[in-house]
Design a protein around this ligand. Structure first.
Ligand code: HEM
Ligand SMILES: *[C@@H]1O[C@H](CO)[C@@H](O)[C@H](O)[C@H]1NC(C)=O
Ligand SMILES: *[C@@H]1O[C@H](CO)[C@@H](O)[C@H](O)[C@H]1NC(C)=O
Length: 690
């Protein structure tokens, strides 16, 4: 998705002006959401060639063991710093809308670069810049951030599953605007009390990755911190085991930074010249200020182990105000107990171990405590869980394994919702024959509208944000997809197609048949001849669709901001969306509990739909739908939104005026959209597409 730059500028300028200017006040907030004008993903991939990852890794290892006086490494090792970089780049991911994650490398841009939780990560990126420059366009920033963290874990003795390369850098931070803090986020997902934010936001606090480390609203209340940790890690589909493994594995490394109470200085969006200058002493090394907590979690902060869990269990922990002025936890000093110490950051002296409220919370919840005990006693199990959870954390926003590149990709994981392998092009059925059978079916049965709707319902689950959904896999045949209200009637289309499926059997997948069925139905109703790419395969169940139920369903609750957001998530432009919707609403009836049709001729694909929508006066017909005054023409709320959202209305108007423009845009949009999830045939389109 892309929000335009103008929205960014407007959003920044409008806030201070709102209170004083009555004209601005009357702007509806929706108008600050924008739709993208052109679609960059006609070809998925820049660059075509990938750097030698082994060579990148060895450059990273050299960097890990160096120290730049401008930002000296703690313990002579940048490893922990890069682990935090990769984690914060990836941990912005959320399942609610698939946004966030390190693909795009948007941590380089606002809003992410100025988040409180990303304090001083500008220095980590600067340290990596020479490596990026060396490999140029063959290495994306996103890949470099994740590979730096992953290599650091391995170099410090931690377990690694592998590395999925192939992240594509964005040109700006616009895809992160909905993460906040921005006007877009205020519109799409307002948070009443910052610190208690709910879904679709991924965190309790805008600007943090998950939760406030100090405890809920800054209170050192470890009991109440645990449910927040569970809630927020759950928003990226991490279960308890993965959550505890990740936190303990991450905090096996490094330290918190808060040498004195003076603070980190201003973030880049407030001080471009010298962001986070550091207000304590020299501002670097032992004087660094990042989070305002101070100290390491373990005695060997550049060594992977399960000491973190052992210490959580082995000591009593008390909260106190640390040197940075924030609540943190120290080992209770009883007569027979002295707190363990690790090396000081500059290697000169020692420093006591510490914990954050969110760390201590892992001992205050019975399920978490069980896992802390398990990991304290079983290093191997901890390693196994950590390496899988780290790979999921850093790769989930990449979507299907077919997007992973390079020679370090591990076997397919459950979170990638694997599909059977794409058959070789020469083993595919002759799709001209299938077309013939579908045409015959359509001439004998009046199911064109149903076939077109089935294809759209199947394909329109695709979201560009994390590449979930799409028709490949034909998961619409299974729960949860088949049970969604929007898919009422899909079974009619599926049983109509059964005869064609029976004719070609295993040579033809359901997903190819569903897409081709819809394509032929549109062509036969008056559309242009469209390119079809075969080779889809069928999933065994509906997994992965849990997050994808459409938020726009034609009901009266449909809302312009939700529609604009849905179009953005699908990766469609305004014109593409309006053409695709127009095709659906040109054929057949409103369906379900609704009455009537959008057009007078429900079997023909022409531009009558747009003429109706733009010219007729519609009013509420009953509680669920609209009707045109004096005409036997009906509509849903979605159609009214097309009239009301100026960018959509502009396209509907053009299509009303120019039927062949509509049919051209539709054909292009249909071809591109139904292949948006076909990473499996990238570079081989010529073999699969006819
Ligand atoms: C509840 C979740 C978490 C919270 C609240 C949290 C909080 C923090 C805080 C406050 C710091 C100190 C930053 C500084 O002052 O330099 C920190 C450092 C760090 N965190 Fe976390 N963290 C969490 C989870 C994780 C996870 C899942 C990982 C990785 C798997 C991780 C890896 C690290 C590392 C490696 C550092 C040390 C960085 C350095 O030494 O420069 N953390 N974390
Ligand atoms: C969480 O998921 C991991 C990976 O699939 C699995 O090994 C673990 O048993 C799960 N834990 C819980 C509590 O469900
Ligand atoms: C310290 O003494 C207390 C009270 O006798 C005992 O419960 C505890 O286990 C001891 N701790 C250690 C680390 O030896």
């Amino acid at each position: 998705m892309k929000f335009g730059l103008s929205a960014l500028v407007l959003a920044t300028l409008a806030i201070p002006a709102l209170s004083s200017c009555p004209y601005l006040e009357s702007l509806t907030p929706e108008r600050q959401l924008s739709l993208k004008q052109d679609n960059p993903h006609t070809s998925h991939k820049v660059p075509a060639e990938l750097a030698d990852l082994h060579s990148v890794k060895s450059d990273i290892v050299s960097l890990l063991h160096s120290s730049d006086p401008k930002w000296p490494s703690d313990y002579g090792n940048y490893g922990p710093f890069f682990v935090r970089l990769a984690w914060h780049c990836s941990g912005s991911y959320r399942t609610s809308d698939g946004r966030g994650g390190c693909d795009g490398g948007r941590q380089r841009f606002d809003p992410e670069r100025s988040w409180d939780d990303n304090t001083n990560l500008d220095k980590a990126r600067a340290l990596l810049a020479p490596i990026k420059e060396k490999y140029g366009l063959t290495l994306s920033w996103g890949d470099l951030f994740v590979l730096a963290g992953t290599t650091a874990i391995e170099d410090m003795g931690g377990p690694i599953l592998g590395f999925c390369a192939g992240r594509q850098d964005d040109d700006d931070g616009s895809a992160s605007l909905p993460l906040g803090p921005t006007a877009e986020q205020e519109i799409l997902a307002p948070c009443e009390t910052n610190g208690e934010c709910e879904e679709p936001l991924g965190t309790t606090t805008v600007g943090l990755i998950y939760v406030n480390p100090e405890g809920p609203m800054g209170e050192p209340d470890a009991d109440r911190s645990a449910p927040q940790v569970r809630d927020t890690f759950g928003r990226m589909a991490m279960n308890d085991t993965e959550t505890v493994a990740l936190i303990g594995g991450g905090h096996a490394f490094g330290k918190t930074h808060g040498a004195c109470p003076s603070g980190p200085g201003l973030p880049p969006n407030q001080d471009e010249e010298n962001p986070w200058s550091g207000e304590c002493g020299t501002g670097v090394g032992v004087d660094a200020f990042t989070s305002g907590f101070e100290g390491p979690w373990t005695t060997q902060p550049t060594q992977f182990d399960n000491e973190y869990f052992k210490s959580l269990l082995g000591f009593k922990w008390d909260s106190w105000i640390g040197p940075g002025g924030h609540n943190q936890w120290q080992v209770r000093k009883e007569q027979n107990v002295t707190a363990p110490t690790g090396p000081a950051a500059d290697g000169d002296g020692t420093q006591e171990i510490m914990m954050l409220t969110s760390d201590v919370s892992l001992t205050r919840d019975p399920e978490y405590l069980k896992l802390v005990k398990e990991f304290a006693g079983d290093l191997e199990e901890f390693e196994n869980q950590f390496k899988h959870a780290w790979y999921k954390l850093t790769s989930r926003d990449m979507g299907p394994i077919t997007r992973c590149e390079g020679d370090m990709v591990p076997e397919v994981q459950e979170f990638q919702y694997p599909l059977p392998e794409t058959p070789s092009a020469k083993d595919l059925v002759d799709f001209e024959e299938v077309r013939g059978s579908v045409e015959k079916l359509l001439s004998e049965n009046d199911v064109g509208a149903e076939l077109s709707k089935l294809a759209w319902s199947c394909g329109s689950t695709f979201r560009e944000t994390d590449y979930l959904g799409g028709c490949n896999g034909a998961r619409i045949r299974f729960s949860p997809g088949k049970d969604w209200k929007v898919n009422e009637g899909a079974d009619i289309a599926l049983s109509a197609l059964q005869s064609v499926k029976d004719e070609f059997r295993e040579k033809l997948s359901w997903s190819d048949l569903i897409v081709l069925g819809g394509t032929v139905a549109l062509e036969k109703a008056g559309g242009k001849k469209m390119k079809f790419c075969g080779g889809r395969t069928d999933a065994a169940d509906g997994s992965g669709w849990d997050y994808l139920e459409p938020k726009i369903d034609g009901s009266i609750k449909d809302d312009s901001k939700v529609l604009i957001d849905a179009i953005a998530k699908m990766g469609l432009t305004a014109g593409e969306y309006v053409a695709l919707l127009g095709a659906q609403h040109s054929l057949g009836n409103l369906g379900g509990e609704y009455e009537g049709a959008w057009t007078s001729n429900t079997k023909v694909l022409d531009n009558e739909y747009f003429l109706n929508v733009m010219n007729l006066d519609y009013g509420l017909y009953n509680e669920a739908q609209y009707k045109a005054e004096g005409e036997d023409i009906y509509a849903l709320k979605t159609d009214m939104l097309v009239k009301q959202i100026p960018e959509l209305a502009a396209k509907a108007f053009d299509f009303a005026a120019d039927e062949s423009l509509f049919l051209d845009v539709l054909a292009n949009a249909w071809e591109n959209f139904f292949n948006a999830d076909r990473f499996d045939i990238e570079g081989r389109e010529a073999e699969y597409c006819k």
